[in-house]
Design a protein around this ligand. Structure first.
Ligand code: GDG
Length: 459
């Protein structure tokens, strides 16, 4: 097979501790296929553009740093203050500035100039996520003839929402420069195709191929996943660990509900906290009998909407514990420090309820991890937002509308009372889907399309 080149905004360098975030988790599982991984190293320097290369286990990692100005315009500005809210249906939070758009495009150009020197003629180039939409077109204009594919890890939005983005057609044209464009769900793909049809007027075949003059653009659905068996083994190992024992002892035979999220407004944490408050108010039989552990690692703190979420959650956690807690029971345990992946696996395993209630999410891998970690003989129940991509695949979860704290509270109540037979049946079906949607099958589906092996979708 040709060399696979991954391009992503952040490159997890070997030996660095793993950050909370879905992309790194998915790609760690498919590294066997990768020859070169290129992207930002997460640092800024006075002028930016410094590159570094290390090779580890046969993979070359090439990284670049950014100037402070580029970081502000490209990363904080356009990518995370305009595109992220837009593509999570939060037009009201979008902050668009022309100088950020220029910064975004100039950083993409800097990345393309840098990668160009490292590319070989027959490489397959796989570009990841919303930070790098113009990247493929820029390589094309530099004369690169390799197949180049793009994968969007987050949702796409309907045309009426997308049209709120000034100069949005530029991005649609950029996406039409790729050979393959991949999405997490059929809904995201359909919204993209409909937006392209309405905005650019291209014809689209029944198989979702955009008829761009000169070169068709294949669109595919390739859901991300995890190695469910490996995560299950990790959870079994962690079940006997010191941390699990400490957590179990501290529960005093109470049930545990768990949430694990980056601290991001798309994850719906205020509504989830409010739902817990309502659970304890409306269903007082759970008072003293359940604890809720929320792990929420801060992320993107230079973006104002992220920084302002933190005090909101701190206040809500204080209110809930002040209102419902007793001298020997803290209902909500709220941590903003990260926990190791193994420890998380063990915590999932002993949790009776897994809470995954984002307002919108591309997929949400925590849903997969919670299911994979369970003990099949006595499994917990997944409460899942209908607006997470995972809901398209995990119909045996308790599906909720995350905009209604009462509905989430009712699902928490149902999950805590669910009989063992129903828990087993739901878990069995969910775990089958976790095992079907693996990181490897995700990679395989995308790479087959990118390398042209998947000809059936081309017409
Ligand atoms: C994007 C899309 C899509 C979280 N806290 C800790 C920790 N994590 C890990 C989780 C999980 C990952 O981070 C988060 O994955 P998600 O899928 O929830 O989300 P995003 O970061 O928003 O990622 C998302 C994903 O890309 C992949 O395509 O699913 O929709 O938004 O693995 O377990 N890991 C550790 N400590 C923590 O405290 N070790």
């Amino acid at each position: 097979m040709a060399r696979l080149v991954i391009v992503s905004n952040r490159v997890p360098l070997p030996g660095q501790s793993q950050r909370a975030g879905g992309l790194a988790i998915v790609l760690q599982d498919v590294m066997d296929h990768v020859g070169l991984w290129f992207g930002w190293n997460g640092n800024t320097s006075p002028n930016g553009g410094e590159t570094q290369t290390v090779t580890h286990r046969g993979v070359e990692y090439a990284t670049i740093d950014l100037s402070e100005d580029d970081y502000q315009k490209f990363y904080v500005g356009y990518a995370n203050s305009a595109l992220w809210p837009l593509l999570h249906f939060r037009l009201g939070l979008m902050e668009f500035r022309r100088e950020d758009l220029e910064g975004y495009r100039s950083v993409n150009k800097l990345y393309a100039d840098t990668l160009l020197k490292l590319l070989r003629p027959d490489d397959l180039v796989w570009v990841h996520d919303y930070h790098l939409i113009p990247f493929g077109g820029m390589l094309r204009r530099m004369g690169v003839r390799s197949r180049i594919g793009f994968y969007l890890h987050i949702p796409f939005v309907p045309h009426s929402v997308f049209s709120g983005l000034p100069q949005g057609d530029l991005l649609l044209r950029d996406l039409c420069e790729y050979d393959v464009v991949g999405f997490q769900t059929e809904e995201h793909r359909n919204d993209f195709l409909d937006t392209v049809r309405q905005s650019l007027g291209h014809d689209i075949s029944d198989a979702g191929v955009i008829q761009v003059p000169g070169r068709p653009v294949q669109t595919i659905v390739a859901p991300v996943g995890i190695d469910g068996l490996a995560f299950n083994r990790q959870a079994v190992r962690a079940a006997g660990s010191k941390n699990n024992k400490r957590l179990t002892d501290s529960l005093n035979n109470r049930h545990l509900m768990i949430g694990v999220d980056r601290l991001d407004y798309s994850k719906g944490l205020p509504n989830r906290f409010e739902a817990f408050n309502r659970l304890l108010t409306r269903f007082p039989e759970h008072s003293q009998h359940v604890s809720y552990l929320q792990v929420a690692v801060p992320s993107r703190e230079d973006v104002s909407e992220y920084a302002s979420l933190r005090p909101v959650l701190n206040r809500m956690a204080g209110d809930i514990n002040g209102r419902h807690g007793t001298f020997d029971w803290v209902p909500l345990r709220y941590m903003s420090q990260g926990v190791s992946r193994g420890t998380l696996a063990g915590f999932h395993r002993i949790s009776r309820v897994g809470l995954v209630t984002p307002l919108r999410d591309g997929m949400n891998l925590v849903a997969h991890e919670y299911v994979a970690a369970q003990n099949a003989d006595d499994p917990g129940v997944l409460v899942l937002s209908r607006f997470a991509g995972a809901a398209s695949y995990f119909q045996d979860a308790l599906i909720v509308n995350p905009n209604d704290p009462d509905e989430i509270a009712e699902a928490m109540h149902a999950a805590l009372l669910m009989p063992l037979a129903e828990r087993r049946l739901r878990h069995m079906r969910l775990f089958e889907n976790v095992l079907r949607l693996t990181a490897s099958s995700y990679c395989q589906t995308f790479v087959n399309a990118l390398s042209g092996k998947d000809k059936k979708n081309e017409r």
